[in-house]
Design a protein around this ligand. Structure first.
Ligand code: FES
Length: 159
């Protein structure tokens, strides 16, 4: 049975938001755990989301389609005054800021694709000469010694 969110409803259940936004309820709970959306709890400990959650979820999904990590999305949302919902102008500004990052990733993926043929049927994943295992010898540029096992010092929460 459909659980359409009435357009005038001030709050919605997790199921209603999930259906309207086209995401799984588990994704909503995950976004909430990650601090990207908020809900209030009823006396029965059920989540209730305000209507603007739909727009926040649309913002998050669009950002994810661009390949942006959750940390970057959280950062962009945190810049909005008093945690307000992103407006059309906000999205235009944020997506423009991300354009350069997107261009860089497209360039890298194109280069990786162009070198993929040497990997097909190979399976070596050699750090010396496999472009997929060590794109453009980025590990070598970091100096001698074991790099891939040295751990990630990223601050974007990737690991
Ligand atoms: S898997 Fe062998 S060169 Fe990439």
């Amino acid at each position: 049975m459909s659980t359409h969110l009435p357009w005038h409803a001030k709050e919605a259940t997790v199921g209603e938001v999930a259906e309207r936004a086209g995401v799984a309820t588990s994704a909503l709970r995950y976004y909430e755990r990650e601090g990207l959306i908020r809900s209030r709890r009823t006396s029965g400990n059920q989540r209730r989301y305000s209507r603007d959650t739909l727009r926040r979820v649309a913002f998050i999904r669009a950002s994810q389609r661009l390949g942006m990590p959750l940390a970057a999305i959280r950062e962009a949302l945190a810049l909005l005054p008093e945690g307000r919902t992103p407006t059309r102008e906000d999205w235009a500004k944020v997506s423009e800021c991300w354009r350069e990052d997107l261009d860089q990733r497209i360039k890298l993926m194109t280069q990786l694709r162009d070198h993929l043929t040497e990997c097909i049927g190979c399976g070596c994943l050699s750090l010396d000469h496999c472009t997929l295992a060590n794109p453009f010898d980025t590990l070598g540029e970091q100096g001698p010694g074991p790099r891939s096992l040295a751990g990630c010092d990223s601050t974007d929460g990737c690991c």
